[in-house]
Design a protein around this ligand. Sequence first.
Ligand code: DQA
Length: 149
Amino acid sequence: MLHGPNLNLLGLREPGIYGQNTLDQINSLLSKEAELLGATVDCFQSNHEGALVDTIHSAHNSHQGLLINPGAYTHTSVAIRDAISGVAIPTVEVHLSNIYQREAFRHHSYIAPVAIGQITGFGVDSYRLGLHALVNYLLSLNSGDSLGK
Ligand code: DQA
């Protein structure tokens, strides 16, 4: 699980948009949910694009999937997009808010074209749903069912 810039401020940051939960609470929810699914999740947050790129690179050969909330880098980062396509790790993009209901500059995601899919607008549930979607996708790869993709 990669969290992009300003997501360390969750709880404090615009709670009307992003909710009351802190990043630690989201991470512990994900760990519990992963356990129910028979998976494990490692969580990392950075405010720095290069650190996120480095972490995506290091996930190659160590992690089967990537759940990412790229924060504002969603709308700006060719580097994160290229890192994801470079390592070819199945990726699910998640957002707390519905980026399509907000300012026009949030309507474009550089990440979406290299992700399996995107879950946006369900608050903390976006992460839970994203984890389920990613695990189901990885299980379907192993069972030979390609979900039509
Ligand atoms: C966000 C949406 C982005 O537009 C914003 O820059 C964020 C958070 C979300 O989770 O809703 O930092 O990714």
